[in-house]
Design a protein around this ligand. Structure first.
Ligand SMILES: [Zn+2]
Length: 197
């Protein structure tokens, strides 16, 4: 009696499975599966960050979120100054390298310092993108694309929620932004860069 019942169940189950498609969704890698745990020089407790950051800032920087296009406070921001990491305050981008990409996210064609961000492969959403992370605290910033303006050709597409802004007049030092460039772009002037700001 038991055996008959079980066999009947197995047959029914087998039919149900084989008559369906074979779960194609399982082939896609789960979000963030390739991400390796890394320790960063500066660490903050999640509890502190939840208090200090807005829900959107927390979501983007700590959960690798993305704000909607054209909704961030810096998407169309044109003041002179320095953009810093909203989590740890590290200096990331100068307003001199900000350009209007039309994407709806703050876009920069260069970094203030090469080592200020870490890049890694991001295979989420079935795409291959290059993720940009703050080198100091590991905050998610955005993604790097190769369709930026000359001379760098790079487009650092950053969430406003990952950034804070220091207006220029608060810093009196006029430090030159030209640091030792390792790549072939060294020495080329920015004169052929069209800024629409
Ligand atoms: Zn940071």
């Amino acid at each position: 009696m038991d055996v008959v019942l079980r066999r009947g169940l197995m047959v029914a189950l087998h039919r149900a499975v084989s008559s369906r498609f074979r779960f194609p969704a399982l082939r896609a890698a789960p979000l963030g599966a390739c991400r390796t745990k890394k320790t960063w020089p500066v660490r903050f407790s999640q509890e502190e960050l939840r208090k200090r950051l807005t829900p959107m800032q927390f979501h983007v920087t700590q959960e690798r979120g993305t704000e909607s296009a054209f909704t961030g406070e810096f998407a169309l921001h044109k003041d002179d100054g320095t953009y810093t990491c909203v989590v740890c305050g590290a200096q990331l981008f100068s307003s001199n390298t900000k350009f209007d990409s039309g994407s709806g996210w703050p876009s920069f064609f260069d970094l203030m310092k090469e080592e200020s961000v870490s890049v890694s492969d991001d295979f989420s959403y079935g795409m291959h993108r290059v993720e940009i992370t703050c080198s100091q605290c590991g905050a998610h910033l955005g993604h790097l694309f190769d369709d930026g303006p000359k001379p760098s050709g790079k487009r650092y597409c950053i969430n406003s929620a990952s950034l804070a802004f220091q207006a220029k007049d608060t810093t009196t030092t006029t430090s030159s932004s030209s640091s030792a460039a390792e790549d072939g772009a060294a020495g080329s002037s920015a004169s052929d860069v069209k800024t629409e700001l």
